[in-house]
Design a protein around this ligand. Structure first.
Ligand code: ZN
Length: 223
């Protein structure tokens, strides 16, 4: 599990009490950091945010649009944003999912500057998640609500591990190829031996179901 405690990414400003959890799938975070690391200027991007049944939020995609940047500012044309949202509608997508605004402070501290908070104050929507990051992987996140009340809600980012589709396909094929169900007795394959108790927990039924759960398999080097 990839979470905040084991992560090298560091929240600059973690809320202590009540907060809204914002899930960040690892692959989406990699996009944000990838954009950040490949640009020596402050860049800004957007993302789609979904609400989960437990009241938390999850960011499902992060992307950039055409923009002009300088050393200390970033400007995404309102027309470009409007065009993107029109395109979403054309594709049958809900433009209301575009609820993440993220930007990079390059090598500077990841915090919401006066310019940032000024921009956040001007969003014209019911709510918005704002994220600022830097190249070191530091970040700050905030959730702002505009309707029916203008209020800032403490938010905490939680990183979720997501297995890449291509890796899952590879692992499914490897499991189907190399793993078979053994009879519950002492078993040795030469290099590896399984203890009886572990054998029972193997419970493999993979070739037909292609399931991805499989963390319980442990092999010991034969002494
Ligand atoms: Zn900023």
């Amino acid at each position: 599990m990839f979470n905040n405690t084991s992560s090298k990414y560091r929240a600059v400003n973690e809320p202590e009490n009540e907060f809204v959890t914002v899930h960040m799938p690892h692959n989406v975070w990699q996009m944000v950091m990838g954009f950040t690391k490949s640009c020596q200027y402050e860049i800004a991007g957007f993302g789609y945010v979904d609400q989960l049944a437990d009241g938390s939020l999850t960011i499902t995609e992060a992307f950039i649009l055409k923009q002009s940047v300088t050393n200390a500012s970033v400007d995404t044309d309102a027309e470009v944003i409007a065009l993107h949202m029109t395109e979403m509608v054309r594709k049958g997508e809900d433009p209301g999912r575009m609820r993440l605004q993220w930007h990079s402070h390059v090598d500077m501290r990841a915090y919401f500057s006066a310019i940032d908070t000024g921009q956040i104050a001007r969003y014209d929507c019911p709510w918005m998640v704002s994220l600022v990051v830097n190249k070191r992987g530091e970040y700050d996140i905030r959730l702002d609500m505009y309707k029916p009340f203008r209020v800032q809600i403490p938010a905490r980012l939680v990183f979720d591990e997501v297995i890449d589709d291509s890796i899952q396909v590879l692992c499914d094929a490897e499991i189907a190829d190399k793993v078979s169900v053994a009879r519950p007795a002492s078993f040795s394959s030469g290099l590896y031996s399984y203890e009886e108790s572990e054998l029972y927990s193997l419970d493999l039924n993979i070739p037909t179901s292609h399931r991805s759960r499989g963390g319980g398999k442990r092999a010991k080097l034969k002494r």
